[in-house]
Design a protein around this ligand. Sequence first.
Ligand code: VGL
Ligand code: ZN
Length: 199
Amino acid sequence: MHGLLVIDMQNDFCRGGALAVADGDAIVAGINAAMPRFDAVILTQDWHPAGHSSFASSHDAAPMSVTEMSYGPQVLWPDHCIQGSGGAAFHPDLDVNQADMIVRKGYNPAIDSYSAFFENDHKTPTGLQGYLETRGITQLTLVGLATDFCVHYSAVDAAQLGFDVTVDLDLCRAIDFDGSLGAALTAMEQSNVNLERSR
Ligand code: VGL
Ligand code: ZN
């Protein structure tokens, strides 16, 4: 069974959003078109409480600065994807009706969660692994936002958990902050993630 894991296709990561990824909107149509080719479609939704510890505003710090958390270095982001806000909603053109499952992450006030599998402490699970295994899904293709953060960490965790993982780079877009895209591509390759371009 082959699942499509669609990462964080939310308004705040698209044009006009609080943490807009360049050209994020451009991949929505392609993601919708890809959905019917998979046995299962799973969406992730970045879902932070107001005042989340990953927000620069919670630390009196500049957005995009880096701080040290108990679990390691953490980029401090502009406030984004606040639970129930329009920015946290899925892009209006994303075909949410084709999804079997929606996994929310980042709801723990003290820990960020880039990966769809584990919070940034690399041990608190979201439950997605169990869901996929229960459904017999062994192959995963990842698409969405952002290539160098949530797609990257989700792909590496999935590969380490033993899934056969492909990232379709044409259906992803990157933040590319301080060399993060290059580092992410290297890390994914080293973790045996297949990097694919669909077009
Ligand atoms: C993301 C930064 C903060 C992402 C989420 O979806 O890649 N990046 N929260
Ligand atoms: Zn976030």
